[in-house]
Ligand binder design. Sequence first.
Ligand code: LCS
Length: 397
Amino acid sequence: MNHDTCGFGTKAIHAGNVKDAQYGALSTPIYQSSTFVFDSCEQGGRRFAGAENGYIYTRLGNPTTTVLENKIAALEGGEACLATASGMGAISSTLWTVAGAGKHIIADGTLYGCTFALLNHGITRYGVEVDFIDTSDLEALRSHLKENTVAVYLETPANPTLKITDIAAVAREAHGYNPAIKVICDNTFASPALQNPLSLGADVVVHSATKYLNGHGDVVAGFVVGKADFISQVRLFGLKDMTGAVMDPFAAWLLLRGLKTLELRMARHCENARKIAAFLAAHPAVEKVNYPGLATHKGHDVAARQMKDFGGMLSFEVRGGKAAGMKLVNALKLITVAVSLGDAESLIEHPASMTHSTYSEEELREAGIAPGLIRLSAGLENAEDLIADLEQAMAEL
Ligand code: LCS
């Protein structure tokens, strides 16, 4: 059956699945094999030459991973998808495909810390020029586009400030200047259940599948989604020859398992984050709350337009800055102090000293990441318990 017209939850369960012809297994089998046997030397040659379909070696493709890739492509509305060993594997494989000496990339300055490090200190070592701007400021984007610009890179909502960028406006601007520019959007915070950047005009979506897509805190993984010819370039050059960041078949299987409940989980993450944001916004000890679902959030209108809901991530500052923020985090009993996000467990962390410690103090300031900012990933617990935990910790301040 073709699942194109089905709802998101149906696609997450059924799209891309291949009937197990041998035993009829309901769950996709794990093909935990590094290599695939050829009938003959000639057949191996034909497969390498692309003259015959079939698997060769798991760095190039694997049957378990193919099912997952086709499912993610369906969920993001993309022609094709490439699975990778991590979100950073997806991002680096993509950037190595588009960039080269003498090329120019425009990136938002507010990004996950390691993405920022890759763009700021990594690929710049190889003659790639990177300008960091605020992509929600179209004038800034316009003034930085130039002849050798190959990509515009952004996250929305952004880690950890929850800044919202209007994907359609950025795509219009970048493609109006040069249709060949790749607008690359990291969709990790929203997940495809809430936002499909390709349908808004982005060319490439990257994911840390470690987060909501898997959802159970037991896998590190990533994806690149886009047009088939581009994904093929990322697979056969960016991943095969440059990063080697291939997803393990067992990780692919765990992701297939996690994805079955993505839509349900996202609804609960959003509901919990919305309740926590409202609680924090009304609390006298709280100075500022960043949650796109709050009408006071700068990007609220754009988020309401381009997202189905506002997500499970929020960040906030308490009165008393960093010391008070850390005291609050240390006083929590249920909400767990850990990096990562999108898991069943609510996780809390201090970006300036943890996920964003790759930023200098000045870079943190420019990115709007306050020294006392606390980031919270609302999990799947009962909202009342999470709020009670925050309330008792606030009382310690
Ligand atoms: N993109 C975003 C938006 C992320 O938040 C992360 C990881 C990555 C890409 C990289 O993905 P990974 O290689 O870890 O799968 N973010 C993390 C975070 O905020 N805490 O721990 C990891």
